[in-house]
Design a protein around this ligand. Structure first.
Ligand code: MTE
Ligand code: MO
Length: 328
């Protein structure tokens, strides 16, 4: 992500932090390969590899997974599943730092008890614990593509439930035009939240029609396990046709509202990270092209596709909104 104020702009001069994060990761991978990790008695910790990258033991929801895959959602031609290790060690989660290597720091997040408030324009405002919610929702696995605004991409086997199921539970009234999501706020465990120039807590929002769309998925798991903390435990959003920043992590509050909320990145730089943020290779970011994306696994650049290839499911949402900046 790119930030407008000069005193932090420097770290953003390289799109996607090429020099500071990914190269480090690849070097480590090479080291492990070279040493023949499997056969040698060298611990991951000694090599500085994340041993806690998927610490789902002790998670009370662990026994729920794996869940049945919904075969309707496929990755598409030429796309393979991004290895778990890549997805769990290359993350954006600004609460824990403004770089990609936050997986260890994110383990400080306490995910039980975890209460989610559902409020605003609903018949049944409620506060519900994550394990109660998990019991009420029909869990399934879906393979989704994921495209970050920084022009890298991956694929993920998410587990969770369709947002429409949560809407049935909450029963929004006729005033509910938007859904606003809010992440936890606790600067005692999330050092990024001490950076006062960011408008914490992280907030995202979509329209009620978008929230009802079949693609809108509430994530509770990944790779057949509870979703790891660095990927947004215990509850995050997956909006695979939008740039990744819309897929808010570690949700504590879901508010149905009449007015369009302002999201975290929109507040920082509205011209770069707008409300709609649908993927479109033909609409460049003000500072870089969106025509292609770098596959995190192979490093290859592949062509980007409008709505990240999910036009069949979502294009109709936008047919009467052509006057809006749908792709920023
Ligand atoms: N709360 C919160 N949610 C967030 C972010 C964040 O910094 N904080 N980053 C977003 C961005 S920019 C991206 S690309 C994805 C990254 O998800 P991943 O780390 O699981 O790949 O999370 C999104 N959700
Ligand atoms: Mo992103």
């Amino acid at each position: 992500m790119h930030f407008k104020r000069n005193f932090v702009k420097k770290i953003w001069d390289l799109p996607d932090h090429k020099a500071t994060s990914e190269d480090v990761f690849l070097n480590r991978r090479q080291i492990v390969k070279g040493l023949g990790m499997g056969g040698l008695a060298i611990s991951a910790a000694k090599l500085g590899l994340p041993t806690e990258a998927h610490a789902s033991e002790g998670d009370p929801s662990a026994s729920l997974y794996p869940v049945t895959r919904n075969e309707k959602y496929t990755l598409g031609e030429g796309r393979t599943l991004t290895p778990e290790r890549i997805n769990t060690t290359y993350n954006n989660f600004y609460e824990f730092g403004s770089h990609k290597q936050i997986h260890a720091a994110a383990q400080a997040l306490k995910i039980r008890p975890w209460e989610i408030a559902i409020d605003g324009e609903v018949e049944k405002p409620m506060t519900i614990g994550i394990d109660d919610l998990l019991n009420k929702m029909p869990l399934e696995e879906r393979l989704y593509r994921f495209r970050c605004v920084e022009a890298w991409s991956m694929t993920v086997p998410w587990s969770g439930f369709e947002m429409s199921e949560l809407i049935k539970l909450a029963q929004p009234n006729a005033n509910a035009k938007y859904v606003r999501f809010e992440t936890f706020q606790d600067e005692s465990i999330a050092p990024g939240q001490k950076q006062f120039w960011y408008p914490w807590p992280y907030v995202e929002a979509i329209t009620i029609e978008e929230a009802m769309n079949e693609m809108t998925f509430m994530v509770t798991g990944a790779y057949g396990k509870p979703v790891p903390k660095q990927m947004g435990a215990p509850l995050r959003l997956a909006l695979p046709w939008k740039y990744g920043f819309k897929s808010i992590k570690s949700i504590k509050k879901i508010t149905f509202t009449n007015e369009r909320p302002v999201s975290f990145w929109e507040e920082l730089a509205a011209k770069e990270y707008g409300f709609w943020a649908n993927v479109n290779p033909e609409v460049a970011h003000p500072r870089w092209s969106q025509a292609t994306e770098r596959d995190l696994e192979t490093g290859e650049r592949i062509p980007s596709v409008i709505y990240n290839g999910y036009g069949e499911q979502v294009a109709d949402l936008y047919k009467d909104l052509q006057d809006q900046p749908l792709f920023m």
